[in-house]
Design a protein around this ligand. Structure first.
Ligand SMILES: [Fe+2]
Length: 187
């Protein structure tokens, strides 16, 4: 399992630029979460973040959402890449395929996925559209405005608290991680 190969995979399988950026964003948040929770697994958590939407171009999510996740695992197995723990976390980030969240790794990915889009949406309403302008306070405030970025799953983001991390700490950790790769994200 190595990061270079994972990047090669996303560049081969994903053609939508914003999904590629999203993959890097989720990687950055997963690495930050791993450093806090399971530092020994940072590489695996980060790579799962990179690969969690690998089937973006292969599966028509709208017609059959239950394939999102399992299809990624099929691709990864064909490529001889990854391990069962990673496959489980990737499947569990999409409850529509019936995979249940069973551990910290699964939970982290489930929460990291929506917060990246949420923070991006907040950055885009700032006049300079820069992620470095985003404040933790605006993230916590926007959480309560259900019509703002309505697609961002509040329950999933908030569920990070089941790992003993306050939502505002999670917001700060995610924001800091994304600011660090602001150039890749184009924000
Ligand atoms: Fe995602």
């Amino acid at each position: 399992m190595n990061r270079e190969k994972a990047i090669e995979l996303i560049n081969t399988h994903i053609t939508t630029p914003h999904i590629i950026k999203h993959s890097y964003a989720v990687e950055s948040v997963m690495r930050a979460l791993a450093k806090k929770i399971e530092p020994e697994n940072e590489e695996m958590w980060g790579i799962a973040g990179l690969l969690h939407d690998l089937d973006n171009d292969t599966v028509d999510w709208k017609s059959d959402m239950s394939l999102h996740g399992p299809k990624t695992i099929e691709i990864l197995k064909n490529e001889n890449f990854g391990n069962e723990e990673m496959y489980h976390a990737i499947c569990a980030h999409n409850p529509c395929n019936g995979t249940k969240i069973q551990n910290k790794f699964d939970r982290a990915l489930y929460a990291a996925d929506p917060i990246t889009g949420f923070i991006t949406a907040i950055a885009l309403v700032y006049p300079d559209k820069r992620i470095s302008s985003v404040k933790v306070k605006s993230i916590t405030k926007r959480m309560k405005e259900t019509r703002f970025a309505a697609g961002a799953n509040r329950e999933a983001m908030k569920s990070i608290e089941k790992l003993g991390i306050d939502f505002s700490d999670f917001a700060k950790l995610s924001l800091d991680a994304m600011v660090e790769i602001g150039d890749i994200l184009g924000l």
